[in-house]
Design a protein around this ligand. Structure first.
Ligand code: PLP
Length: 543
């Protein structure tokens, strides 16, 4: 058995800029756990030499984007192999680079997962074709379908040469679906055969998040791969990549229980289960808690379920590890700004893509209330990128930055630029509280809050995505609202009530706070990690 994992983005570390956010980090963590557990998996993505972008915030609070050139040679090796994908009637040469992800359980024993990066930036290609793999989520529909063709078709063809033992093709999101068309061609149109080899994970309950292409465009760009019954497989009016993937997979899943339910409503007639996301514990536990777990529960590295019983760890050690991790974050904040963050204050972090449904500004709905509540007690750290074409998202960032500036006397608030894997590691280990206020049910899963639990922080979130499965209100974190979808006003009222309770608990009842920290670790981390997740994929989908 061998699994080929296809993903439009893969985030392994902050030096390889081939990810933008949650989807890519999840893919990277999936690969790392597979390597640790010696699960036979190979992965493929595109080599974006100009990546997503580096975010700068100018003095007016506006996001500025930079695209520095990424030289892959320090991180991967070029293979002496090219495959050809027909794009718009032209032969596009695709080069292949390889990077091995080595298991982290110990120095010698565990496995490795090769990750292949596809690259059209080759001298023999036409100038416009060299640009296909240049930017992540950068272009128009034409670039997008070309990228997806390189990923799916190019990846399939490369694996035929490089990894002949593949038995299962895992499409991480619909972006990879054109691999089914290359396979269909290969197997002379035998849909049953294709279906028996493919599995599919859908990642968003937001309709616009599912890639759809006009058939005229599809015929023009990848016409040579489209079967004559494509409208039967991919939707009558428009080529819906999710519908095509569902039609040509033997199994499909959403990424949390609620997201599974929503996906079944969105795509009736298909059998869609769920596997809740996780995070790679060895990557997302900061040095402070890593040392602690190594000391008291050394087997946690191989088996994060060990963290289910942390009674061996003394209270003081937990408090001390948190203090150090928080200090590391605060030192960075104070190097960026003059806000004067301190170790004593309750530190609430909010970091995610600036998309409207994530409601980054909900906490600022009633500024007077917030000023009173937080005065000399709460400090806020915000971060997140907006897609370069998303004006509303950029406006959200500007609003947060400007509130911080305008009310610097009333509120300690800093916006940390360029949220990436490194910043995320710093924030998720330093946070006392990780705030999340999405408009339910649009957060398919979310994973950043899980990282916080490994580092002794607590979540305060709307009951959406993964948190709906993990939260015991006021026992291992805080639930904003009940198990229902709330409008902004109701959510704001609940948010403020919970904030009040939280601030009071933190200052007036440190024993209770410590108990919530402990439960955040012991209730949540054993379940919400990618070792558990990958084993579920392995047992239920790959075998
Ligand atoms: C973990 C992570 C994410 C995913 O976070 P969400 O909870 O889905 O918002 C996004 N970006 C980075 C850099 C991360 O590390």
């Amino acid at each position: 058995m061998k699994v080929a994992y296809f993903s439009m983005e893969i985030g392994l570390n902050e030096s390889i800029p081939t990810y933008s956010g949650g989807l890519g980090i999840l893919a990277g963590d999936h690969i790392k756990s597979a390597a640790d557990l010696s699960i036979p998996l190979v992965a493929v993505t595109l080599l974006y030499k100009r990546g997503y972008f580096i975010q700068n915030i100018n003095p007016f609070g506006q996001q500025e984007e930079m695209y520095p050139y990424f030289d892959p040679r320090a991180f991967m090796e070029p293979l002496p192999l090219k495959v050809t994908v027909r794009i718009e009637g032209r032969d596009v040469q695709v080069g292949v680079w390889k990077h091995n992800v080595v298991g982290m359980h110990n120095e010698t024993g565990s496995g490795r997962v090769p990750v292949y990066f596809l690259d059209t930036d080759l001298p023999g290609n036409a100038p416009e074709d060299r640009l296909i793999t240049q930017y992540l989520y950068g272009g128009d529909q034409h670039t997008r379908i070309s990228q997806e063709a390189i990923l799916g078709i190019g990846g399939y063809l490369a694996f035929k040469r490089l990894e002949p033992q593949i038995t299962t093709y895992h499409m991480n999101e619909g972006h990879a679906v054109f691999l089914t068309l290359a396979m269909l061609k290969d197997l002379r149109g035998d849909e049953e055969q294709v279906r028996s080899r493919c599995v599919f994970t859908t990642h968003t309950p937001v309709a616009a998040g599912h890639d759809k292409f006009d058939y005229n465009l599809a015929w023009k760009v990848i016409g040579e791969y489209l079967p004559s019954n494509i409208r039967k497989l991919a939707g009558g009016d428009i080529l819906n990549t999710t519908v095509l993937a569902l039609n040509l997979s033997r199994a499909a899943n959403g990424v949390s229980q609620l997201h599974g339910e929503i996906s079944r409503q969105m795509f009736p007639g298909f059998n869609i289960a769920h596997i809740t996301n996780g995070v790679h514990h060895l990557s997302w536990t900061g040095p402070e808690f890593r040392d602690l777990y190594d000391k008291y529960l050394p087997a946690w590295r191989q088996d994060p379920q060990q963290l289910g019983d942390i009674s061996a760890i003394p209270d003081n050690d937990i408090v001390e590890a948190k203090r150090k991790a928080k200090k590391r974050l605060i030192r960075y904040i104070n190097s960026l700004s003059a806000a004067g963050f301190t170790e004593e204050q309750l530190t609430i972090c909010f970091a995610r893509r600036a998309a409207a449904y994530k409601r980054a500004t909900l906490i600022f709905s009633d500024l007077e209330f917030l000023f009173n509540l937080s005065h000399d007690r709460v400090q806020l750290v915000f971060a997140g990128k907006a897609h370069p074409q998303d004006q509303a998202g950029k406006e959200l960032i500007r609003a947060v930055v400007n509130i911080g500036k305008q009310y610097e006397k009333q509120l300690r608030l800093v916006f940390v630029p360029n949220y990436n894997i490194w910043v995320a590691g710093l924030m998720t280990s330093g946070a006392d509280v990780w705030l999340n206020t999405p408009r339910r049910p649009r957060e398919a899963s979310g994973t950043s809050g899980m990282k916080v639990c490994f580092n002794g922080g607590v979540n305060m979130s709307v009951l959406d995505g993964w948190w709906r499965e993990a939260c015991k209100d006021r026992v291992n974190g805080w639930a904003i609202g009940d198990d229902e979808d709330q409008a902004d006003e109701a959510a704001t009222a609940d948010l403020y009530r919970d904030l009040e309770d939280m601030v009071t608990t933190y200052y007036a009842n440190p024993r209770k706070w410590l108990s919530i920290m402990r439960r955040s670790i012991s209730d949540i981390t054993p379940q919400f990690n990618t070792h558990r997740m990958v084993l579920e994929y392995f047992r239920n989908y790959y075998r």
